[in-house]
Design a protein around this ligand. Structure first.
Ligand code: GTP
Ligand code: MG
Length: 136
């Protein structure tokens, strides 16, 4: 069965939204396979966000992801990679649709688009790579 990596980013953990985000994943019928609270190292974040290295938002993004604990979740289900991204909504919370995690719970923090509560893998290849980084 398909698996994806979901991260509740530091803003989601700090705002006590982990339970609400888990509730939405479970209500959709996906299975929680593994879960842990992580203070991510720069090495892990550099590997996780390697595709964004050199972009203007890369440093602030990594600093934000280092700013507090993250909840990492291995989630399984048919079509869960695309399905979770649909639950999450588009990257910028201001334009994310109501009904989505980012649309319902996220908000604009000026230029800090990186504070968008959750991460979800974007392909089968990314999911395998990212699950290997965050879980043994
Ligand atoms: P993830 O599930 O977190 O990977 O989000 P995504 O796939 O919707 O976005 P993408 O992989 O393109 O970017 C990764 C993360 O970088 C986003 O979730 C944001 O936190 C941040 N990010 C992306 N684009 C921008 C941008 O233009 N400005 C800023 N400040 N942050 C950005
Ligand atoms: Mg992405």
């Amino acid at each position: 069965v398909e698996e994806t990596l979901v991260l509740v980013k530091p803003d989601g953990v700090a705002r006590n939204l982990t339970g609400e985000i888990l509730r939405r994943i479970e209500a959709k019928g996906y299975q929680l396979v593994d879960i842990k609270l992580v203070e991510a190292s720069r090495e892990l974040l550099g590997a996780h966000y390697a595709e964004h290295e050199g972009k203007p938002f890369y440093e602030p993004l990594v600093e934000f992801m280092e700013s507090g604990p993250i909840v990492a979740i291995r989630v399984a289900g048919n079509g869960v990679i695309e399905g979770f991204r649909s639950l999450a909504g588009t990257t910028n919370p201001t334009s994310a649709a109501p009904g989505t995690i980012r649309g319902d719970l996220g908000r604009d923090w000026g230029l800090k688009v990186q504070q968008n509560l959750v991460h979800g893998s974007d392909s089968v290849e990314s999911a395998q790579r990212e699950l290997g980084l965050w879980f043994d």
